[in-house]
Design a protein around this ligand. Structure first.
Ligand code: DGY
Length: 321
């Protein structure tokens, strides 16, 4: 059999591809920090048997229809809302993602974001660098406690459970809301399942870890922020699309909630003129949840392993459909 041709939509380290080079012919977009052009992706995909894509590539029904020769798309992310999964199914194209390898890293970042927001660390860092530290005073940059508070996790997948484990280390009470109950996690952590309204009204920290779907789009809106405590801090480390950002900005400005820590935005990248960036009580990060060198290497390897086990083994390791 000819070596399958794989097109990679971003420049990845050659050293990671090397171990697979006797099994695949790789073609790759030549830039690391700039997404591939739409036309280039289409042109290159037509010559490929499989793809490795980033979350910056929108893979829709039309794209898939124009690429009937594609057999598999390995998405370099655990989330796959950039790909029309129903259409991929219809066109018999397998889609894989990168679960597990990024769980702990993403949970670390989520919890760090929660702490940074609660303790106003970014604001404090900005202030000191702008020569604004004039005197110690009792309530200078006083933030919110994390220990012994209640965390409400919306979306109790693998990352949710890993965040909950960190929260237990801070003696937090863990509430969660999820499509299905997690009896083992409830027992082991422990964590308490509550309905969405209860989670909103009881939590000091509301943490969104839900995927972006038609059902969750804009879920966190004005009405939802109104249900939270005025002292509540909202954290989003899943997808920006689950938040109505104008409603969030207004909730933060008007004291409806106390703060927000955001790693994701509805349209990425955001520019410096984004409303949320002007707010001191919003800590904003450029979608770096899984961004450690080790984890990103593991994610690339999992994509390659998925291709390898699909073409040469007994099926992809982590298919999403
Ligand atoms: C994911 O994997 O879905 C993250 O958002 C990107 O690292």
């Amino acid at each position: 059999m000819n070596k399958p041709v794989i097109y990679i939509s971003r420049k990845l380290p050659k050293s990671l591809l090397e171990p697979y080079s006797d099994r695949f012919t790789f073609h790759m977009w030549d830039q690391e920090d700039k997404p591939v052009d739409k036309e280039e992706l289409l042109k290159e995909s037509k010559k490929a048997d499989g793809l490795i894509t980033m979350l910056t590539e929108k893979i829709d029904d039309r794209f898939l229809r124009e690429n009937p020769q594609l057999k598999i798309i390995a998405n370099l992310a655990v989330g796959f809302d950039n790909i029309d999964i129903m259409a991929a199914k219809k066109h018999h194209i397998i889609v894989t993602n990168t679960p597990d390898v990024l769980t702990e890293t993403t949970a670390d970042l989520t919890f760090a974001l929660l702490m940074a927001t609660a303790r106003r660390m970014v604001e404090a860092n900005d202030l000191i660098k702008q020569d604004g530290w004039e005197v110690w005073s009792p309530f200078f940059l006083a933030g919110s406690d994390v220990h012994h508070k209640t965390i409400g996790i919306v979306g109790m997948g693998r990352i949710g459970e890993a965040v909950a484990r960190r929260a237990r280390g801070f003696d937090m009470r863990v509430l969660y809301h999820n499509r299905s109950r997690k009896p083992q996690a409830e027992k082991d952590l422990p964590a308490t399942y509550v309905n969405f309204d209860e989670l909103l009204t009881q939590s000091d920290f509301v943490v969104s870890l839900i995927p972006a779907t038609e059902q969750t789009k804009g879920l966190f809106n004005h009405d939802i922020f109104l249900k939270m405590k005025t002292e509540a801090i909202f954290i989003n480390a899943s997808r920006g699309a689950v938040v109505n950002e104008l409603d969030l900005a207004s909730a933060l400005e008007n004291g409806v909630i106390k703060g927000a820590g955001l790693d994701v935005f509805s349209r990425e990248p955001i520019g410096s003129d984004h409303t949320l960036l002007a707010l001191k009580n919003a800590v904003c990060l450029p979608h770096i949840g899984s961004a450690t060198v080790q984890t990103r290497k593991d994610m690339v390897r999992l994509c390659l392993d998925n291709l390898d086990s699909y073409f040469y083994g007994d099926g992809p390791k982590t298919p999403v459909q």
